[in-house]
Write a protein of this length. Structure first.
Length: 193
DNA sequence: TCATTGATTTCA
DNA sequence: GAAATCAATGAT
């Protein structure tokens, strides 16, 4: 394996530091409830191999939980379709979808099989907004169904960075009903050590 | 505030 | 088949 390591300004990551294999988050991390995994992902490192073989690493700064059939804002709440099928697998799989005719959204499936949950990665260091981060990392529909616990193209690494975060209401999901709008299911980093 | 943009889903 | 929907962005 000859990963060229890469560091963007401001991440606090050092170039040339090799990431140990054990750093990759495994199945145990992702098979917990989405409300546990979503905040736990803050401060972790998203790694994506680019077409030119370089691996970009960026810290996750904002996540959002989508939780199963009770959550009307979750794409899987109305049953299994070709698009949402991956959300019914066990945690660790990648769910990407296209929205507004131009943006790819990156999600990580959580929980056990037949428990459709996912975390939307809304922000990483160096870019704000879920649509922009997928563009900057060249994430597209071909990543659908990748298993982050074994994939050579995309995975998440553990990190010792200590962070604080706040919870806020989800946006753009008014159609899901008032009770769900009141759930504080967006998690945003407010400070880091 | 509004146009953009096209896959997915729902309705006929 | 056709029509409505959409978890966003950037320009105005």
């Amino acid at each position: 394996m000859t990963d060229q390591l890469f560091s963007m300004k401001g991440t606090g990551l050092k170039t040339g530091v090799h990431i140990e294999p054990g750093k990759r988050l495994g199945v145990d991390f992702f098979t917990k409830d989405v409300l546990e995994v979503a905040p736990a992902l803050l401060g972790k490192i998203l790694a994506v191999r680019q077409p030119d073989k370089i691996v970009l690493r960026q810290m996750i700064t904002e996540t959002e939980a989508y939780r199963g059939t009770e959550d009307k804002a979750c794409h899987a709440s109305r049953g299994k379709t070709p698009r949402t099928e991956v959300m019914f697998r066990r945690g660790g799989f990648v769910y990407v979808y296209f929205v507004y005719g131009m943006y790819w959204m990156l999600n990580v499936v959580t929980g056990c099989a037949n428990e459709p949950q996912a975390v939307l990665i809304r922000g990483i260091d160096g870019s704000n907004g879920p649509g922009r981060l997928t563009r900057s990392l060249n994430i597209n529909g071909t990543f659908y169904g990748e298993d982050m616990t074994v994939s050579e193209r995309i995975w998440i690494e553990d990190s010792d960075i200590e962070i604080s975060f706040e919870k806020t209401p989800r946006i753009g999901i008014g159609y899901a009903g008032r009770r769900l709008v009141n759930m504080l299911w967006i998690f945003i980093i407010t400070s880091r050590a």
